[in-house]
Design a protein around this ligand. Sequence first.
Ligand SMILES: Nc1ncnc2c1ncn2[C@@H]1O[C@H](COP(=O)(O)OP(=O)(O)OP(=O)(O)O)[C@@H](O)[C@H]1O
Ligand SMILES: [Mg+2]
Length: 385
Amino acid sequence: MSLAEVLASHRVVVTVGSGGVGKTTSAAALAVHAAMQGRRVLCLTIDPARRLANSLGLSEMTSSEQEVPRELFEAAGLELRGSLAAMMLDTKKTFDTLVANLAKSPEARDRILNNEIYKYVSGSLAGTQEYMAMEKLFEVRKDPQWDLVVLDTPPTANALDFLDAPERLVGAIDSPATRWFVQAYESSQKGAFGALLSKGASMLLNGLSKFTGADFLKQIAEFIAGLNELFGGFREHAEEVSAALRSPDVAFLVVTSPHPLAVREAMFFSDKLKDAGMRRDGVIVNQVHQLLPEPKASDEELAQILAPHLPEGTEPGDAVARMMQALEDERMRAVADRVETDRLRHHLGPSVRMVEVPALEADVHDIQSLAEVSRYLTGEATSAL
Ligand SMILES: Nc1ncnc2c1ncn2[C@@H]1O[C@H](COP(=O)(O)OP(=O)(O)OP(=O)(O)O)[C@@H](O)[C@H]1O
Ligand SMILES: [Mg+2]
């Protein structure tokens, strides 16, 4: 299945991969393509990058949806048959909504939402961002406003974090340590709770925040107790989210660069998807350097051509030597990228769709370049060599 077909036949398309490889760019480019094809698309990104917002004709990304102006497409000579909206994922807001939906009473809800520890961790705890991206996926998947939601994801040191996110968050709440903590707290509600902990642990906890010892511990205990109260609902819900990730209307695209470390990560992630019994809908190798041809002219001829354009005092022979060195470096990079891309191709086997996007000369900074990237993604264009 080509990526164009993946876009046409799914309700949700998720881009995953390690840091800086082009997840956000790919997600936006795919959203642009699908919208041009006539679908009503929501591009849900993690990235507050102004450049991405500007590429979509918006002054900034916000956590509520914004319609990408049709004129932007028209001005670029692109036909928009559907529609495109963009929105930024707000981890804390998503967590708040989840708490509100699961809490059994308004009081229980407010106890958590107003808890200082909750306020601190809900936006920043390791793993919450991944989980909330999946949570949001679950939420928007059923929204009849959209034919397609393209979900960008945060950079994960380990791309697997995504698949396990629901289970891991449940595990963190339901660990023996947190259970001990809650029991200790509850059995000493009126007593000196702090005395239960060693002096060292108290000092460590104190060091973690601006709160004074006793208050900090109380806040932690209340936070855990509060989450524990939601826990039954939370576990069930996380299972639903987990199942949604595996449903046939959700496609996963692994994005990587040809950098050896990124390729290794992409192989690992792809294997994990396979082991988990999930389809691998495609692998995108982004920013592949192209093999530039060697000049046909001799060094002497090049020096002659260059001479009139050089600043005074520059030796044409030196300039040519430096140019040739730069060209050689670029060619070496292209060869290295080819080797890595072929290695990945071989590892994935013939059943997994792999597409390449060349490293463009400039950053992807407008709708034109997003559309250009999308042409490589969907196979309308292929790299030069
Ligand atoms: N094919 C390309 N050619 C040139 N520049 C590109 C290409 N793809 C992406 N870029 C640029 O590379 C940078 C990183 O891309 P992007 O933000 O999409 O990566 P990411 O995987 O989302 O990063 P992060 O992990 O930080 O979220 C951006 O400045 C983008 O414009
Ligand atoms: Mg990104």
